[in-house]
Design a binder for this molecule. Structure first.
Ligand code: C5P
Length: 229
């Protein structure tokens, strides 16, 4: 089957607090987005990449496309207001529904080939696949500054991306989403909430961080040094 990677880069980085969104910040000479695109471009199983961007940042995207030759980037699409709207744009643009889709946060530049390959491998068996790492902190549910619940840590994991889907399942999730939208921070949540089957979880990596806050950039620099050493 053909494999498509949707790279979601249309966020505006509200929590980041810099004038430039985090996917366009440079680390080791390249933007975060370029590092992320490189991994998918170089992965042997990826056939095409759809890049989802914010129309306000088209000039930054153009610069990146001029500086690099990403032969797998076949579509550059304008995303929506939320992450879900951005995924919806990408899945709506996909015609080949007998394919595999990976949905990845552009702000996770340290995704490894091992993770990508593990997700794709499990898609042969499961229709949806998530990536997660064990929770090392105790995670508490809070309501108005009071703890409402402390779930058992051994059952909790922290979700990462890429999340993988048989294209038809993701398409269906977003058709239902259109009629019956729910707020979710990732795509596997939709599959579960709309009862579209089981979601298998493969082990992620602690280095596969999502750059969210400015101080994450210190970690990013360090991880780069370790990974290229
Ligand atoms: O906002 P959050 O941290 O969940 O964003 C995760 C990824 O989704 C980021 O790479 C961001 O650029 C992308 N995103 C998007 N469209 C949005 C919001 C977020 O493509 N409207």
């Amino acid at each position: 089957k053909r494999v498509y990677a949707f790279i979601l880069a249309a966020g505006s980085s509200e929590r980041f607090g810099m004038d430039i969104p985090k996917q366009y910040v440079r680390i080791s000479g390249k933007t975060v987005l370029e590092h992320t695109l490189e991994v998918f471009e170089n992965n042997e199983f990826i056939d095409e990449i759809y890049l989802i961007v914010n129309p306000q940042h088209r000039d930054l995207v153009e610069e990146i496309m001029v500086r690099n030759f990403f032969k797998k980037v076949s579509k550059i699409l304008n995303g929506g207001k939320t992450r879900q709207e951005s995924t919806k744009v990408a899945i709506s643009a996909l015609e080949d529904l007998d394919s595999y889709v990976l949905v990845h946060d552009a702000v996770r530049p340290f995704v490894s080939h091992r993770i990508i390959n593990a997700v794709l491998d499990k898609l042969k068996e499961f229709e949806s696949v998530d990536v997660a790492i064990p929770a090392t902190d105790t995670i508490i549910k809070v309501s108005q500054n009071l703890i409402s619940e402390v779930p058992n840590r051994h059952e909790l994991m922290l979700g990462q991306t890429p999340q993988g889907f048989r294209a038809g399942v993701l398409k269906k999730a977003y058709e239902i989403f259109d009629r019956n939208p729910i707020a979710a921070t990732d795509d596997c949540t939709l599959v579960l909430k709309y009862n579209l089957g089981r979601v298998y979880v493969v082990e992620g990596e602690r280095f596969n961080i999502k750059i969210t806050y400015p101080e994450d950039l210190y970690l990013v620099d360090k991880i780069f040094q370790v990974r290229t050493a």
